[in-house]
Every structure is written in structure tokens, then in C-alpha cells.
Design a protein around this ligand. Structure first.
Ligand SMILES: *[C@@H]1O[C@H](CO)[C@@H](O)[C@H](O)[C@H]1NC(C)=O
Ligand SMILES: *[C@@H]1O[C@H](CO)[C@@H](O)[C@H](O)[C@H]1NC(C)=O
Ligand SMILES: *[C@@H]1O[C@H](CO)[C@@H](O)[C@H](O)[C@H]1NC(C)=O
Ligand SMILES: *[C@@H]1O[C@H](CO)[C@@H](O)[C@H](O)[C@H]1NC(C)=O
Ligand SMILES: *[C@@H]1O[C@H](CO)[C@@H](O)[C@H](O)[C@H]1NC(C)=O
Ligand SMILES: *[C@@H]1O[C@H](CO)[C@@H](O)[C@H](O)[C@H]1NC(C)=O
Ligand SMILES: *[C@@H]1O[C@H](CO)[C@@H](O)[C@H](O)[C@H]1NC(C)=O
Ligand SMILES: *[C@@H]1O[C@H](CO)[C@@H](O)[C@H](O)[C@H]1NC(C)=O
Ligand SMILES: *[C@@H]1O[C@H](CO)[C@@H](O)[C@H](O)[C@H]1NC(C)=O
Ligand SMILES: *[C@@H]1O[C@H](CO)[C@@H](O)[C@H](O)[C@H]1NC(C)=O
Length: 576
């Protein structure tokens, strides 16, 4: 009986698991930072803890009124010069929405609101400024994946400790948010507004299958949708809205509500985070009121500060052929100020005032080219993926370098130093290191490296090389001796053999001791020795021949003088 019920509950549990995971769209990653258990929230999103991360500490927020599990925990990092990264798997050439949220909640009992930077790979994304303990700050970016993984990194804390509450990745579909600038620019989402919303709650998954967050226009926050025109009315419908023809697929629930300027205009003022700058701004319109045959709704956008953007007339019904269908006009590249005033005004011949269902404004964020050695360094780090330092992630140099790396300060930095002394490295010296053509300093001493020293002839700037206290074998390569800038070479206590190239003993501070099969004499010295040795030998031979000839003569001449021949022989013996 026990067994049967156990089996049944197992079956039920696995069915539950199956349905919940299939309910959520593929391409969703929802990390509950600092969490301990996976869970599914009331929307059906599956959250997983970030407990695979080797960095940072977890904390609970102090008791606020927050009920959403994912916001009650967080992960925080030391306020140092390092960066701390999350690496997410993506599919190259697909567009994604990445969202990071931050609820301070006085987790450190310090009541100091942190300020720190967040970056996507090498690109500085934004500065997170906490100004209230109980408010969830959100950063959102739309990007085109250009490699199989992407890193989100926290760094540069100017106040408090960097921390993160959630990290979400949502795969977009088809041509959503495609722009002609996407190879060079990300889209940093500044506003995504659902007009005519029924509550203050945002619309998101599952109403939006891509889990974009459509903020309610009823939300009360500073400088958000103020200066609303008199006569602004909220309208809604329950009829389905067709979004099939438009690029960005605004969800039904958002399009089913709108505001209407019954007195001829809709006006709003709002602050645009991230602006001034160039951005992408689109509006979503659908006729959701039943207009009589002879009625019309025609209006134009007016930006008081930008008369050049106020030309085209919107006629929703004419553009969509019918009601309950989305029309998405917008600007692919528009220069906008931080304080945005906008107005939709009906044309003189229109019988109805303007309508507005939704709006999205994103800023173009220029991608950083990243460091020159990024891919070589990624290959190098992947050889040590089980170590803490091998998992630092992100760009090796930007926005701050890995803990064991120093970079040049160029806009596209180069790795100038690799410092892996006493890191328990085994195996051969990785060939990746020989591809770092900007390398000046290489510290690999105090490991258990084996094999021979590779060819560093491409690293023409190498100045300081420490390979001492390893188990390196083979000869000292002549390429090392030819490095023009080499000033310091430490090779002591290895198993190197052969001869020390003479140039390494002259202008270079070096140490070769403790390599018992390494010959001290340099190339030139040896040659000279051979020459000197040979000539000395020849002279000695000549003298010996002459003397012995003389002696033999004397012996023949005078057999009685034995003592002289004895002296003769002694002399020959001494000289050889
Ligand atoms: C957070 O709270 C949970 C449950 O109350 C507790 O088990 C956990 O140890 C807390 N974590 C930290 C870092 O304080
Ligand atoms: C929690 O909710 C209560 C009642 O709604 C409110 O008075 C209090 O200010 C809230 N606390 C915080 C920290 O938001
Ligand atoms: C990401 O991809 C790598 C390589 O394919 C894989 O080993 C790893 O498990 C993946 N990580 C996640 C979280 O899916
Ligand atoms: C770190 O933050 C400060 C203040 O926000 C800023 O001035 C500085 O440029 C930042 N440094 C980096 C490397 O981003
Ligand atoms: C993505 O687009 C394809 C084809 O356009 C469609 O069949 C699919 O349902 C879309 N996926 C989602 C999650 O909307
Ligand atoms: C509507 O506009 C007219 C003319 O501009 C104005 O006189 C009237 O007061 C406005 N009504 C409201 C409710 O604002
Ligand atoms: C947008 O337009 C401006 C000026 O017209 C231009 O300099 C810029 O390169 C364009 N693209 C982006 C992404 O800003
Ligand atoms: C090297 O290995 C030793 C012994 O296993 C360990 O104590 C030490 O922490 C390791 N050092 C590094 C840098 O990993
Ligand atoms: C060598 O060092 C000098 C002076 O520090 C520097 O100018 C030069 O670029 C370095 N590299 C080579 C290949 O000479
Ligand atoms: C060379 O290395 C050996 C062994 O580590 C050390 O005892 C010696 O002092 C070093 N010599 C110089 C000149 O640095």
C-alpha cells in the first residue's frame, strides 16, 4: 500500500514537473540570486538558485512587505576593484532580453544605498543607483547574441556592496527588435508602457509570451507620465487583437486597453532613464472603440522640442484596414532628451481624438569592442575551468581585468601581464600564452609545469619571465634569447638541459641555478675555448716534439746522461 501511494505520488510529481517546465517558454533562464531551492512562481516561471556561483555571499533582505520569493534573497560581492560575473548560455544570432533586478532591503544592516556598475560582456550597461530600500530597481537590455555565452558582471562599487536579486534571460522570436544597428549597438530599455491599464500591476508572462514587463500607466512614481491632458479617458475591450502583422508582437492584454484624448489631445511628460541620446521609439495602436462608418480617428505626434518629428499623420483604421488589429509606427533612430514631452493631437478633419495603447523607448548602447586577446584568454581560462580564477567570466580586461591579469589602458585593451605564480598549475605551459602578442610580464613560477618552454617569439614585448620552481625540461629555446626587450629571466630549479644561450647571461637579470644538467658556458665562450684549446694544444705538441727530438738526439749522442732525459720526460709530462 505504501509503495503504491509512493509510486503514485512520484508519477504525479513527475507529471507536475513536466507540465510546469513545458508551460514555460524555451529559452527562459530565471536565476534567483542567493536562493537555495528551485521553485515555480505564481506566473509559472521556474526560478533556479545561483548556487553554482563561486563568488560572493548570499543574504536575506530585512523584513519588508516583499512577498515574492525571488526578491527576498540576494547575492552580494566585495566592494573591490574586481568584477563578478554570471555567464549565461545563449544561441548565437538570436535576440534576447536580459533583465537584472535589485532589491536592497537593507540586507547588510547598513542602511547605505549601494551604487555600482553592471556590464554585459565588455560593454558598460548602466550604473545601478539604489535610492529606496523597498523599491525593486530593474535594468533591461535587448541584445543580439554573437557567441554561445554572455556574461553579466557587477563591478566598480562607489557606495556599498554590489548585489543582485534576480537575473532573467528571455529569448525573443524572429525579427523582434531587429535593428540595422544591432551589430554595433544594444538596446537599453528605457520605457515600456501599457496605456489604459486596469491596475497598477505590470503585464508580463504568461500574458506576454516573451515576458517583457509592460508597466502600468497608473503606476505612481516621480516624473512618470505627468501633465496628463484633461479629457483623457481609459478604454478597453475583451475582443482579441491581431498582432500578427507587426514586428514586435505586443501582447493582447496590453493592446486591449488604451487611453483616448476625448478633447482632442493626449499629453504626457516623463523622464527617460539613460537619455539624452539616440534611441528606438515605437508606439502601438489598435482601434478598440467601435466607430461609426462616418467617423474617423486621425492624429499626429508632436514633440515640442523636435518639430521635425511631427509630420506624419496616424490613421489607425486606414493603416490596419480594420479595427482590433495592431499598427506599430515608430522611429528606428530618434534623438530624445532626458525629459520627454509628447503630445498626440487630432487633425482638424478627425471626428475622434487620438488613441494610444502602448509605447516602447530604448536607447542605443554602443557595444564595446572588447579586449584584443578576449578569445585567446577565454581558451586559456577554459583549461582551468575547475578553478575559481578560471571562472571569473566576462571580458579578461573590461570593465576591470581578471584578478590574475593586467591589461593596457587602450580602448581595446591588450593583456600585458599574466600572473599565475603558485597556482598549482600542472601539465605543459599552455600554448595560448604564446599568442598574447602584447604580453610584457609572465609569471608562472612555483607551479608543477612540465614539458619544454614553448616558442614565445611572437611576444616581442616580453620583459619579465618567471618560470622558476617548476619541472620544465628540454633546452632553453633560442627564441627566448632573441626577445629584444627581455630584462629578467628566472629559470632556476627546473629540469632544463643543454647550454644557456650566452645573450641571456649578458643583458638579462637571470638565474639558472638548480638545473643540474644545464651547462653554464655560452655559445660564443665555448667556441673561443675550442679555438684557444686547439692552439694551446698545437703549441704544446710542437714544443713536446721539439724537446723530445732534442732529448733523443742527446740520448743518442751521450748514453751516459740519463738524468737529463729524466728531466726531459718530466717537463713533457707537466705541460700536457
Ligand atoms: C535566509 O533565511 C533562511 C530562512 O529564514 C535561512 O535558512 C538562511 O540561513 C538565511 N540566509 C542567510 C544568508 O542569512
Ligand atoms: C508594509 O506595509 C504596511 C501596511 O501596508 C505599511 O504601513 C509599511 O510602511 C510597509 N513597510 C514597508 C517597509 O514598505
Ligand atoms: C552551458 O553550456 C555548456 C557547454 O555547452 C554546458 O556545459 C553547461 O552545462 C551549460 N550551462 C547551463 C546552465 O545550461
Ligand atoms: C566607477 O564609477 C565612478 C563613479 O560612478 C566613475 O566615475 C568611474 O568612471 C567608474 N569606473 C569605471 C572603470 O567604470
Ligand atoms: C516564434 O515564431 C514562430 C514562427 O514565426 C512561431 O511559430 C512560434 O510560435 C513563435 N514562438 C513564440 C514563443 O511566440
Ligand atoms: C476641451 O477643449 C476646449 C477647447 O480647446 C476647452 O474649451 C475645454 O475646456 C476642454 N475641455 C476639457 C474637459 O478640458
Ligand atoms: C542615429 O542617427 C545619428 C544622427 O543622425 C547617427 O549619428 C547615428 O549613428 C545613428 N545610429 C545610432 C545607433 O545612433
Ligand atoms: C594548491 O594546492 C594546495 C594543496 O592541495 C592548496 O592548499 C592550495 O590552496 C592550492 N593553491 C591554489 C592557489 O589553488
Ligand atoms: C621594447 O621596449 C621599448 C621601450 O620600453 C618599447 O618602446 C618597445 O615597443 C618594446 N617592444 C619592442 C618590440 O621593441
Ligand atoms: C638563484 O636562485 C637560487 C635558488 O632559488 C637562489 O638561492 C639564488 O640566490 C639565486 N641567485 C640570484 C642571483 O638571484
Amino acid at each position: 500500500m505504501m509503495r503504491v501511494s509512493l509510486l503514485l505520488s512520484c508519477l504525479l510529481a513527475s507529471t507536475c514537473l513536466f507540465t510546469s517546465s513545458s508551460a514555460q517558454s524555451a529559452g527562459f533562464v530565471s536565476l534567483d540570486c542567493g536562493g537555495t531551492e528551485p521553485f515555480t512562481d505564481e506566473l509559472g516561471l521556474n526560478w533556479t538558485p545561483d548556487d553554482h556561483l563561486l563568488y560572493g555571499s548570499t543574504a536575506n533582505i530585512s523584513s519588508l512587505n516583499e512577498t515574492k520569493t525571488q526578491y527576498t534573497t540576494l547575492r552580494h560581492f566585495p566592494a573591490d576593484s574586481r568584477k563578478y560575473c554570471y555567464t549565461l548560455n545563449v544561441t548565437s544570432r538570436n535576440r534576447y532580453l536580459v533583465r537584472a533586478t535589485f532589491l536592497y532591503g537593507n540586507f547588510d544592516s547598513n542602511n547605505v544605498y549601494p551604487k555600482f556598475d553592471i556590464s554585459l560582456g565588455a560593454t558598460h550597461w548602466t550604473t545601478i543607483v539604489i535610492s529606496e530600500a523597498a523599491t525593486v530597481e530593474t535594468a533591461e537590455l535587448v541584445f543580439l547574441a554573437s557567441s554561445p555565452s554572455v556574461s553579466v558582471c557587477l563591478s566598480n562599487a562607489t557606495t556599498g556592496q554590489p548585489f543582485i536579486s534576480t537575473l532573467e534571460l528571455r529569448q525573443l522570436n524572429g525579427s523582434m527588435y531587429l535593428t540595422e544597428f544591432e551589430d554595433k549597438f544594444h538596446l537599453s530599455v528605457s520605457a515600456r508602457i501599457n496605456f489604459g491599464a486596469e491596475t497598477e500591476d505590470p503585464v508580463r508572462y504568461p500574458d506576454d509570451p516573451y515576458d517583457r514587463i509592460w508597466e502600468s500607466d497608473l503606476l505612481k512614481k516621480a516624473n512618470y507620465l505627468v501633465d496628463v491632458a484633461a479629457g483623457t479617458m481609459r478604454v478597453s475591450t475583451t475582443s482579441p487583437i491581431d498582432n500578427g502583422a507587426v514586428m514586435d508582437k505586443p501582447p493582447q492584454k496590453v493592446m486591449q486597453t488604451a487611453v483616448v484624448g476625448t478633447n482632442g489631445s493626449l499629453t504626457y511628460r516623463m523622464n527617460l532613464e539613460g537619455f539624452p541620446g539616440n534611441g528606438r521609439a515605437f508606439t502601438y495602436f489598435a482601434e478598440i472603440e467601435d466607430l461609426a462608418e462616418d467617423e474617423s480617428r486621425k492624429f499626429r505626434l508632436i514633440l515640442p522640442d523636435h518639430p521635425e518629428y511631427s509630420k506624419s499623420i496616424v490613421d489607425v483604421k486606414e493603416n490596419t484596414q480594420r479595427a482590433y488589429k495592431v499598427y506599430e509606427p515608430g522611429y528606428v533612430n530618434i534623438t530624445l532628451p532626458y525629459v520627454l514631452n509628447f503630445r498626440f493631437a487630432k487633425t482638424a478633419d478627425s471626428s475622434r481624438g487620438p488613441i494610444l495603447n502602448a509605447m516602447e523607448i530604448s536607447k542605443y548602447l554602443e557595444k564595446s569592442g572588447g579586449s584584443v586577446d578576449a578569445s585567446v584568454m577565454a581558451d586559456l581560462a577554459s583549461l582551468y575551468s575547475s578553478t575559481v580564477w578560471g571562472q571569473e567570466g566576462g571580458d579578461p580586461c573590461l570593465p576591470s581585468p581578471w584578478s590574475w591579469v593586467t591589461c593596457s589602458s587602450d580602448p581595446q585593451p591588450r593583456v600585458v601581464a599574466v600572473k599565475l605564480s603558485d597556482m598549482n598549475l600542472t601539465g605543459e605551459i599552455p600554448s595560448e600564452l604564446t599568442q598574447l602578442t602584447g604580453l610584457v610580464e609572465l609569471l608562472l613560477d612555483g607551479n608543477s609545469l612540465t614539458g619544454s618552454i614553448p616558442d614565445f617569439s611572437r611576444c616581442l614585448n616580453l620583459k619579465i619571465v618567471h618560470l622558476e620552481n617548476n619541472r620544465l625540461t628540454g633546452k632553453i629555446p633560442s627564441s627566448l634569447a632573441k626577445l629584444p626587450n627581455l630584462t629578467e629571466l628566472y629559470l632556476q630549479n627546473n629540469l632544463l638541459t643543454g647550454k644557456i644561450p650566452s645573450s641571456l647571461t649578458k643583458n638579462v637579470i637571470s638565474n639558472f641555478t638548480g638545473n643540474f644538467n644545464l651547462k653554464e658556458s655560452g655559445d660564443k665562450g665555448r667556441k673561443l675555448g675550442v679555438i684557444i684549446g686547439a692552439s694551446v694544444g698545437a703549441i704544446v705538441l710542437l714544443i713536446v716534439t721539439i724537446i723530445s727530438l732534442m732529448c733523443m738526439c742527446k740520448l743518442k749522442e751521450d748514453n751516459k746522461m740519463r738524468k737529463t732525459s729524466g728531466i726531459c720526460l718530466l717537463f713533457v709530462f707537466n705541460d700536457s
